[in-house]
Ligand binder design. Structure first.
Ligand code: AHN
Ligand code: ZN
Length: 360
């Protein structure tokens, strides 16, 4: 059976500063071989369930009887509610209003919610008010997993095809809201049935306030992304907080999403990537979880690994066929609710629930 070390891994200093867009470094990682049988043991007793609520035939998953069924409709509504506030850019009313909504929802599902607030400094010196929101579920102790997504939205559509939009804030339906929507539905399920291990859900703030593309050349060396996760990783909500592994969601809602095996995740938590991808494939979502390497992304998981020593992976929509290597509408004004597909939310959410409730 797969197992994970409980000892925090030391922060790595070599080959550990990925750039914004995916890039590739030579790697000596071994060839990954599908050990479907190993996961098959975890999931013995699987039956083809008709309980799932997804609308399309191809997304009908295999759900073992003791694993909750994710509601894609519920997750979609959570995404829509966030987008309805308008762009959740730090220091705006929409941001405050969305924080209040997310906090209330987490309190509805968990007795243990911590709102961690403060200020961080942006690339241009702007002081950003931020709120990291953390909800805990299940048993206490170090046998726990951390699930995260960022909830802020980017002030700049600096990859828009029209440069007139470069300084427009984005809806961030996929980039931000989708991951939070999936995790709110996971939280709702965790409330309905206690998980076998501890689970913490964290909504990171100020992930996406990195410098606009036009300035990035001169500002490449700074840690201007993931400001909320950097703060939390250095000042966790509990002083000695540790989780055996973490899973970050980023852009998990677009129709036809492809989750490539992201570089930082593969370098620091390959066994977690493999476990999640195996389970996703096992329950019927192999068209989303591709056994294909993607580039290195500076996302919140990077700081959780570097500054907290928790091996965390990023489930992120990467696409070799797009110009940026990311989701086609990444950092454009077209990252809007109409691109969100409940079938993709279902694939990610049901995979996460299967991972959680298969834990010991
Ligand atoms: C950068 O663009 C630096 N990192 C990608 C992380 C990200 C931004 N994910 C969504 N928006
Ligand atoms: Zn972004």
């Amino acid at each position: 059976m797969l197992s994970y070390s409980h000892t925090p891994t030391p922060a790595h200093t070599h080959s550990f500063h990925p750039a914004c867009q995916p890039h590739y470094l030579p790697t000596s990682l071994p060839l990954y071989v599908l050990i479907i049988l190993t996961v098959g043991i975890i999931l013995t007793g699987c039956n083809q369930s008709g309980k799932n609520t997804a609308s399309t035939e191809k997304s009908k998953p295999y759900i073992a009887s003791d694993i909750p069924v994710f509601s894609a409709d519920s997750a979609f509504t959570f995404v829509a509610t966030q987008v309805d506030f308008g762009p959740r850019v730090n220091n705006t009313k929409a941001h405050d209003a969305c924080a209040a909504f997310l906090t209330a929802k987490l309190r509805e599902y968990s007795q243990e919610v911590v709102v961690q607030s403060g200020t961080v400094t942006a690339f241009d010196g702007t002081l950003l008010k931020f709120q990291n929101l953390i909800a805990s579920f299940g048993p206490s102790g170090n046998n726990r997993i951390l699930l995260g997504a960022h909830w802020d939205s980017r002030p700049y559509a600096d990859h828009d095809p029209d440069e007139a939009n470069f300084y427009q804030a984005i809806d961030g339906a996929n980039d931000g809201a989708s991951g939070v929507g999936v995790l709110l539905e996971v939280a709702r399920q965790l409330r309905l049935k206690a998980p076998p291990i501890g689970v913490d859900i964290i909504f990171f703030d100020a992930e996406d306030y990195g410098p606009p593309e036009a300035l990035q050349e001169g500002l490449n060396s700074g840690d201007f992304w993931g400001l909320g996760s950097q703060y939390w990783a250095k000042n966790p909500h509990l002083p000695d907080y540790y989780a055996k592994y973490g899973i970050l969601l980023d852009m998990v809602g677009a129709a036809g999403a492809t989750f490539l095996m992201e570089g930082v995740s593969m370098e620091h938590a390959p066994q977690v990537v493999k476990k999640v991808w195996d389970i996703g494939g096992m329950i019927g979502y192999s068209s989303y979880f591709l056994f294909q390497r993607g580039g290195y992304i500076t996302d919140d998981h990077y700081y959780v690994i570097r500054d907290r020593g928790i091996p965390m992976i990023d489930i992120i929509h990467l696409d070799h066929t797009s110009e940026t290597g990311m989701y086609k509408h990444w950092h454009t004004v077209d990252d809007s609710l109409d691109k969100i597909d409940p079938g993709t939310l279902q694939a990610v959410g049901q995979t996460l629930l299967t991972v959680i409730y298969s834990e010991k």
